[in-house]
Design a protein around this ligand. Structure first.
Ligand code: ZN
Length: 191
């Protein structure tokens, strides 16, 4: 089947949210390609059950993983490195509390998780928040991202970066917990 027809067919099944973004054909194709990694789940859909604010569900994302993605990552459109040093400043958005709750989904039999959130506009607080999502391997490597902002198609906007910084900080705090903080650590011996 012709790739354009195939894309159009698959696009019909996407959420109203992503259809409302009015992406260009090339961006639609790229979007569909990205979500193949997570069993074709559309991160803007609410059909699946997302886990909220459970740090145990987050992959072990570290600061070097964020740098590798935002600066050394390669654009699927231009084949050039992102080199988005500016987005590395987005931790300000995270520390100012503009990043809302993290929601995590790990499709069954999948080596990737998808994490989504909402980020408030930094200048226009009364506007609807932006909605970035990222796909991260269970080992913590950032694979790809998307956002509803004007620059979101480029996959390295400040909202994506702010989401990544929140994940990194949450994982880091999780790592400082001692084993006695873990309720599951106290397992009764079998009888
Ligand atoms: Zn954005």
């Amino acid at each position: 089947m012709d790739v354009r027809v195939l894309t159009a067919c698959r696009w019909q099944g996407m959420s109203a949210e992503v259809q409302g973004l009015r992406l260009q054909p090339e961006a639609k194709l790229r979007y569909l390609k990205k979500i193949e990694k997570i069993g074709n789940v559309d991160p803007y859909d609410n059909k699946e059950t997302w886990s909220r604010e459970n740090p145990e569900d987050l992959p072990p994302l570290t600061f070097p993983d964020i740098f590798s993605y935002l600066v050394c990552g390669v654009s699927a459109y231009t084949a050039n490195q992102f080199r988005n040093y500016k987005s590395m400043e987005a931790h300000v958005q995270f520390t100012n509390g503009w990043v809302q709750d993290l929601e995590v989904l790990k499709p069954p039999q999948c080596d990737f998780v998808v994490i989504r959130t909402k980020v408030m506009h930094s200048q226009r607080l009364n506007e609807p928040p932006l909605k970035p999502w990222v796909i991260v391997s269970i080992a913590g490597r950032v694979e790809c991202a998307h956002c509803t902002c004007m620059a979101g198609v480029a996959e390295t906007c400040t909202h994506v970066a702010a989401l990544l910084f929140k994940v990194e900080a949450t994982v880091r705090i999780r790592g400082t917990k001692t084993v006695t903080d873990e309720p599951a650590y106290w397992v009764l011996p079998g009888t």
